[in-house]
Design a protein around this ligand. Structure first.
Ligand code: ZNH
Length: 141
């Protein structure tokens, strides 16, 4: 699980990413669509082009959710319950996809954070994204 230090570090990192939430989110999405083309099937209505208006706005929503989650990490399951229900019952996203996007978010953060993406930050973020994905997948069980 995440240590106290790791939890604090996660909040600091997401705080820093807020001004570029659109960039981080849309680039993560673009990486997912490029690397795992099947994921595009859920976004038939989205203009999948680098930095299209919709990619930026959906990307921003994702990063905001990740920031909110990091601030409420002790209550992640209840904080994310509505989002989890939405993904399971309405969107019906195959939960294996959560790992794919998580991976793309990690790569995107590594590109943006450069030297600040230390092994410690990497490990903390990896654990956090796994926990987030597990909560999103919870309602399927
Ligand atoms: Zn998701 C939506 C987040 C993953 C698909 N998303 C969404 C939203 C959010 C999110 C915040 C919005 C909501 C509202 O509006 O209310 N996601 C998220 C996160 C993650 C995710 C954080 C991870 C990490 N998703 C995902 C995946 C997929 C998805 C993987 C697939 C592949 N989502 C989705 C869709 C939607 C969403 C389809 C809807 C969109 C629109 O609206 O258009």
């Amino acid at each position: 699980m995440l240590s106290k230090y790791e939890k604090e570090l996660l909040v600091i990192i997401w705080e820093k990413m807020m001004p570029v939430a659109e960039d981080i989110g849309s680039e993560s999405l673009l990486r997912m669509f490029t690397t795992f083309p099947k994921t595009k099937t859920y976004f038939a209505h989205l203009d999948i082009k680098p930095r299209s208006k919709q990619m930026l706005s959906h990307g921003k929503k994702i990063v905001y959710a990740l920031h909110e989650g990091a601030k409420n990490i002790g209550t992640l399951a209840s904080t994310l319950a509505p989002l989890s229900r939405f993904h399971a019952y309405q969107l019906r996203i195959d939960p294996t996809n959560f790992k794919l996007l998580s991976h793309c978010i990690l790569v995107t953060l590594a590109c943006h954070m450069k030297d600040e993406f230390t092994p410690v930050a990497h490990a903390a973020m990896d654990k956090y994204l796994s926990a987030f994905a597990a909560v999103l997948a919870e309602k399927y069980r």
